[in-house]
Design a protein around this ligand. Structure first.
Ligand SMILES: *[C@@H]1O[C@H](CO)[C@@H](O)[C@H](O)[C@H]1NC(C)=O
Ligand SMILES: *[C@@H]1O[C@H](CO)[C@@H](O)[C@H](O)[C@H]1NC(C)=O
Length: 232
């Protein structure tokens, strides 16, 4: 009898918890159309609600793609997420899940629909995110964004345009400084190289050491007669 009462009690507690939790689901979002616009998490920049499940579906004209560029991003790491879907928000279109406190690089859809879903747990929030979305014509690469500590020179992002990256003083550029918007048969216009990153100047020494090791490997790859000596 005692056990049974206990079971009933805990079932009741569990039921109440589930009911409470369900009651706190905060839904928001919507369908966005238009050449460009911004999306902000609810309450930005003062924090999004707990229990959020907000879905935004961005729809471009048929044949165009959508690029999103984050302006601000702070989401409770590993508990709250912004999921990106390359299409409608179905698991088959799932692309990536963003969390944490650094601004993610821009993302471009492969088709004319792009979706975002913010889900938060039942405790702790952060200031949230703000992003700019833009419809890309077939001949547009879109602004690829500026890496942390980087400088971007160039304001046109269409086929044939070139842009240049550099880093603020004390940082070293890693990657190609110049990007050209080229046409790609499958994906439409795209940049010929990924956006470079800016490393702390201190790390430069470690990298040149790595290059030296690489150079050493080259002659060994050739079958030299004096290389065939037995183990010593
Ligand atoms: C957004 O699109 C409008 C035209 O629809 C344009 O006038 C405006 O400059 C665009 N905004 C940005 C930031 O590109
Ligand atoms: C969020 O809502 C969608 C439907 O709008 C649902 O399919 C999805 O499972 C929900 N996600 C969570 C984490 O509750």
């Amino acid at each position: 009898m005692r056990i049974k009462t206990g079971v009933i009690f805990w079932n009741l507690v569990f039921f109440m918890m589930v009911t409470c939790v369900r009651g706190f689901i905060y839904t928001c979002g919507g369908t966005l159309k238009g050449r460009n616009g911004t999306v902000e998490s609810p309450g930005f920049p003062y924090g999004y609600p707990n229990g959020a499940n907000c879905t935004w579906v961005i729809v471009a004209e048929e044949g165009n793609r959508i690029q999103i560029v984050f302006q601000s991003f702070a989401v409770e790491e590993e508990y709250d997420f912004l999921s990106l879907y390359d299409g409608h928000p179905h698991p088959v279109n799932f692309r990536t899940r963003l969390t944490g406190f650094s601004i993610p690089p821009p993302v471009t859809s492969t088709g004319s629909v792009f979706s975002l879903r913010l889900t938060s747990d039942f405790a702790v929030s952060a200031h949230g995110f703000k992003l700019y979305h833009e419809e890309l014509q077939i001949s547009a690469c879109g602004n690829p964004g500026v890496p942390p500590k980087g400088i971007l020179v160039g304001t046109r992002f269409n086929v044939g345009d070139q842009i240049r990256y550099s880093c603020v003083t004390g940082y070293v550029l890693d990657g190609h400084p110049q990007l050209t918007c080229v046409t790609n048969a499958e994906k439409g216009a795209m940049w010929d190289f990924p956006v470079p990153i800016c490393r702390d100047g201190e790390a430069g020494g470690a990298c040149s050491g790595g290059v030296a090791v690489g150079v050493e490997v080259v002659p060994r790859a050739r079958p030299m007669p004096w290389g065939r000596r037995g183990p010593m």
